[in-house]
Unconditional design. Structure first.
Length: 296
């Protein structure tokens, strides 16, 4: 299966992919990016992702180097060149290279990089049994550019390290107000009294593309949605908890810190929302991830 990198439109093998050490993405994390996946070889919600990439770039003042439509085509051509059954894609813009110094005007021109990797799904057992998460208080680089998906992930990386040391799958970021914002690479949801709860955008979350489709899926199946700030205690007391992302889709959470969620098994609303999401993207008749673990 194919791994490749497109740098400013030129496709090269990973071992040949090189950018300047003076690039500000390397020096300062001065970049924005999107993570995308394919279904049946086609990139899911690619235009939505490129729209968000452009919004992120605008919020941090990085000019789009080419029109969004051209960026979409570059991603599509890169996927085709890789030839994978399913691909994991990272599309990235940096402010570019220039002399050392924080001043953004030192950058000469933006750089665009597209990574294509074979998609490796999570083990089906994680969907069958659920995962544990821990809450971590920290401040993210993205807090300075609310709503932008920036490349500086050091705070999230360190939070995820805490999670892994605790044997957990993900770390949930707790902000300065004491409420859970999102995961290091995911959005967070809870179910209480049959309603779907998720932090509002004004809490400073990155509103995920999969999150948006899940909110629409909830409407499809008649699940009410409430946008609420969730404390770690409130999350732990919920009847169901799950996280979402482009690669994971919908992943049940059965333990938050030391608290078991309900009976410790993925709940019916989580399952129904995942199935409704799959139906929305045209995979309604396919086995669900937890069914694969059961051999159905």
């Amino acid at each position: 299966m194919g791994r490749l990198v497109s740098i400013d439109g030129s496709i090269v093998a990973p071992e040949e992919a090189k950018v300047s050490v003076y690039d500000r993405g390397f020096l300062y994390g001065d970049s924005v990016f999107e993570t995308i996946r394919t279904y049946r070889g086609a990139p899911f919600a690619l235009v939505e992702h490129m729209d968000r990439l452009a919004r992120s770039a605008d919020r941090v003042g990085i000019p789009m180097p080419i029109p969004k439509e051209a960026m979409v085509r570059e991603v599509e051509l890169s996927i085709e060149a890789a030839g994978n059954p399913e691909s994991y894609i990272r599309a990235m813009l940096t402010r570019g290279a220039g002399p050392l110094g924080l001043d953004p005007s030192l950058a000469q021109k933006p750089l665009r990089v597209i990574f294509i990797e074979p998609l490796v799904p999570l083990p089906a057992s994680m969907y069958r049994d659920g995962v544990s998460v821990v809450t971590v208080r920290t401040e993210r680089a993205a807090d300075a550019a609310s709503g932008a998906k920036v490349g500086n992930y050091l705070a999230s990386l360190l939070a995820l390290r805490v999670a892994k040391e605790a044997g957990a799958h993900e770390a949930l970021i707790v902000g300065s107000d004491g409420t859970v914002m999102e995961g290091t690479t995911s959005n967070v949801f809870a179910v209480r009294d049959g309603a779907l709860l998720t932090p509002p955008e004004e809490a400073g979350i990155l509103p995920g593309i999969t999150r948006a489709h899940l909110l629409q899926a909830a409407t499809d199946i008649g699940v009410s949605v409430r946008f609420e700030r969730l404390t770690p205690d409130a999350l732990a007391a919920s009847s169901e908890v799950f996280i979402s992302s482009s690669i994971r889709e919908v992943l049940p959470v059965v333990r938050v810190d030391r608290s078991q969620i309900a009976d410790g098994r993925p709940g019916p609303t989580t399952r129904a929302l995942h199935a409704a999401f799959r139906k929305r993207i045209g995979l309604g008749g396919n086995p669900m991830p937890w069914e694969e673990a059961l051999g159905i």
